[in-house]
Design a protein around this ligand. Structure first.
Ligand code: ADP
Ligand code: MG
Length: 137
């Protein structure tokens, strides 16, 4: 059993597809074990994406992630990190496999509908960023 962090990004929240995306997790054996709806500040987004601070798109990314509300959830299941990444599809929706979340709901490489932890180690760091001991055991 693993846990991973998912974020439904501002573009997908605006498109009214929170339910459709959460449903894909549930239909594929991932259980939602913690969840919140919130609007990140630019500083929150900058801290969350600090690993990308030297990438040329860091400013754009943090502007976008703070442009509207997001839905953050913790998904639990067998091989949850890789399973979620597979359901998400490639970072660039133009390269995302048919039937993936990004192929179906994302418009561009920056507005790409979802975030998912890329390793078990980062999943733990990202879950701790958003959820305290009262919110997830
Ligand atoms: P992923 O979200 O698939 O793990 P990365 O960790 O490489 O992808 O990048 C984090 C986020 O930064 C991406 O989801 C996307 O929103 C944004 N991003 C990545 N590459 C670019 C790019 N070349 N131009 C603009 N935004 C980008
Ligand atoms: Mg990543």
């Amino acid at each position: 059993m693993q846990r991973t962090l998912s974020i439904i990004k501002p573009d997908a929240v605006k498109k009214n597809v929170i339910g459709e995306i959460l449903s894909r997790f549930e239909k594929n054996g991932l259980k939602i074990v913690a969840m919140k709806y919130l609007h990140l500040s630019k500083d929150d987004a900058a801290r969350f994406y600090i690993v990308h601070k030297d990438r040329p798109f860091y400013g754009e990314l943090t502007d976008f992630m703070s442009s509207g509300p997001v839905v953050v959830s913790v998904l639990e299941g067998e091989d949850a990190v890789a399973k979620n990444r597979k359901l998400m599809g490639a970072t660039n929706p133009k390269e995302a496999e048919k039937g993936t979340i990004r192929a179906d709901f994302a418009d561009s490489i920056d507005a790409n509908a979802v975030h998912g932890s890329d390793s078990l180690e980062n999943a733990k760091i990202e879950i701790d960023f958003f959820f305290n001991k009262l919110e997830i055991k």
